[in-house]
Design a protein around this ligand. Structure first.
Ligand SMILES: Cc1ncc(C[n+]2csc(CCOP(=O)(O)OP(=O)(O)O)c2C)c(N)n1
Length: 519
């Protein structure tokens, strides 16, 4: 919930738990935030200082347990350090590359009195993130961008964390460079634009997401690009596929606030350490001062090639017959929300269909667990987002497996009057794993069939005091969504969808990203 609050609002999310099991219950959430660079501060209770190390009741070394998955952690041992520690924790969580900070509070620290002194400034000599992009590197990047024939921007979550979406759009449009983003970057570039008539069409420079379930045009563009401009992304394996086959013809510019991300997976020809917003602003100034003559003609063959890839293999599915296709539900959620909802997802096929079939036009409208792939993320994240924005429509696009990981939180939504909507795409499988078993393990379905072992979600919702609705036929989808969106209470929607629908395109593990299964 704290993570969902943080991703939706851009502020630091806070979580307070007791010692021992309360602390260990946060570990998956902390690791999730760490992988996706989300600023949260987690306060954990701890046994009194004098008992630490005694295997005291509900004692656990939460600092040790979370060390590899936090940006930083503190064990407060002197109450006079408490105020400064809290100030530092928030500062560390939200600056530079954001991330989770754990503050462990022994019981005596909470029960001792002291004079409250809150420092005005934080001074951490060992921590000075580089935010200003180096001008020499920016100039070199500018020269490459000017000359490139097939440039491509590959943007990640860093664009959203640094509020650089406007700068990204201005720069891409000015230089006529197509844009693809990672799952974390969706919303960092507008997927659609309004025509003069008021109709929304796909942004002409938008390629969709790249990677394992990326669009054909995005993955082909990476493969044929001669210059990859990477902004706030980290060459995750779900993006690159086989690394040697990733952008094999391209020189690489890599902008990232975290120097350890640069050169980690792929060598950058031009590394630029700095805040994405700052770097894009500087590149934009250079581009305006030194414009390329005949840019539109120069770009035509490249953008035309991308249009041909799109025409050859667009994203698609067939909604035929009586069975609801999961993609159809996602498209309807987009249509009926006007693209203005905050969407969270669980993990698996539901997550990929949300990424492919909902058009994200604004940052912070998709909250999803990318790096860790945490089933059970979406529902609490939706509650956190709704707490940040009580009047917005917040929808968790869920699978029938994942939703059961944190289903007990329905009561939290009910008690706090947080009217989150959950669209369960009930395919009666742990669908993404079933898809791998079908494609790569000779249909040896093991541990993935949920038939008969999911609860009645409508009754469950009602038992908690929420609203439960069910659709079994395609024509019921739209009225059901309209009803759910108009109710000011939490709603669980049970969409009975095609059980064996797959997510395509798909790059099999270990293959190059142009090696896609298209159906
Ligand atoms: C906590 C956790 N356990 C296991 C996995 C591995 N995993 C990834 S997707 C998936 C299946 C998800 O099933 P469901 O929620 O029904 O979604 P679907 O793929 O059917 O949309 C599993 C088990 C995971 N990501 N997280």
């Amino acid at each position: 919930m704290a993570d969902g609050y943080a991703r939706a609002s851009g502020r630091v999310g806070v979580c307070l738990v007791t010692s021992g099991p309360g602390a260990t219950n946060t570990v998956t959430g902390v690791a999730t935030a760490n992988m996706d660079s989300v600023p949260i501060v987690v306060f954990t209770g701890q046994v009194p200082t004098a008992m630490i190390g005694d295997d005291a009741f509900q004692e656990v070394d939460i600092i040790g347990i979370t060390r590899p998955c936090t940006k930083h952690s503190y064990l407060v041992r002197d109450v006079n350090d408490l105020a400064r520690t809290i100030k530092e924790a928030f500062y560390l969580a939200r600056t530079g590359r954001p991330g989770p900070v754990v503050v462990d509070l022994p019981k005596d620290m909470l029960q001792t009195q002291t004079e409250f002194r809150y420092p005005r400034r934080v001074d951490l000599p060992g921590y000075r993130p580089t935010l200003e992009a180096h001008m020499g590197q920016i100039k070199r990047a500018h020269e490459l961008i000017r000359k490139a024939k097939r440039p491509l921007i590959y943007a990640g979550g860093g664009v959203i964390h640094s509020d650089a979406h406007d700068e990204l759009r201005q720069f891409a449009e000015f230089m006529q460079i197509p844009v693809t983003t990672t799952l974390m970057g969706l919303g960092g570039f507008p997927a659609t634009v309004k025509e003069k008539s008021g109709r929304r069409i796909l942004h002409p420079l938008w390629l969709g997401m790249l990677g394992m379930h990326g669009t054909y045009r995005a993955n082909m563009a990476v493969t044929h690009s001669d210059l990859l401009i990477t902004v706030g992304a980290r060459f995750d394996d779900r993006v690159t596929g086989k690394v040697s086959g990733f952008a094999p013809k391209a020189q690489i510019i890599h902008i990232d606030v975290d120097p350890t991300s640069i050169g980690k997976v792929v060598e950058a020809h031009i590394p630029i350490v700095g805040d994405c917003k700052n770097a894009l602003q500087k590149l934009m100034v250079m581009a305006e001062e030194d414009p390329v003559k005949g840019l539109v003609e120069q770009r035509f063959p490249w953008l035309d090639q991308i249009r041909q890839w799109e025409a050859a293999h667009p994203l698609g599915y067939e909604q035929r017959g009586d069975v609801i296709k999961p993609q159809f539900v996602v498209e309807k959620i987009y249509e009926l929300s006007g693209g203005d909802a905050i969407i969270t997802t669980e993990v698996g096929q539901n997550q990929m269909w949300a990424a492919q079939f909902y058009h994200f036009n604004r940052p912070r409208t998709l909250l999803t667990s990318g790096g860790l792939g945490t089933m059970g993320y979406g529902f609490p994240a939706a509650i956190g987002a709704q707490a940040a924005f009580p009047d917005r429509l917040v929808v968790d696009i869920a699978g029938d497996g994942s939703i059961q990981m944190n289903i007990q939180e329905v009561i939290t939504a009910v008690c706090n009057n947080l009217p989150v909507k959950v669209a369960i795409l009930r395919n009666q499988y742990l669908g993404m794993v079933r898809q791998w078993q079908e494609l790569f393990y000779e249909c040896n379905y093991c541990g993935t069939c949920l038939e008969g072992i999911t609860p009645d979600f409508v009754k469950l919702a009602e038992a908690y005091g929420a609203v439960g609705l069910r659709a079994t036929r395609p024509e019921e989808v739209e009225p059901l969504l309209r009803e759910a969106f108009s109710v000011k209470r939490p709603v669980l929607m049970d969409f009975v969808v095609a059980p064996e629908e797959g997510v395509y395109p798909m790059v099999p593990a270990g293959k190059s990203i142009n090696d896609m299964l298209l159906k």
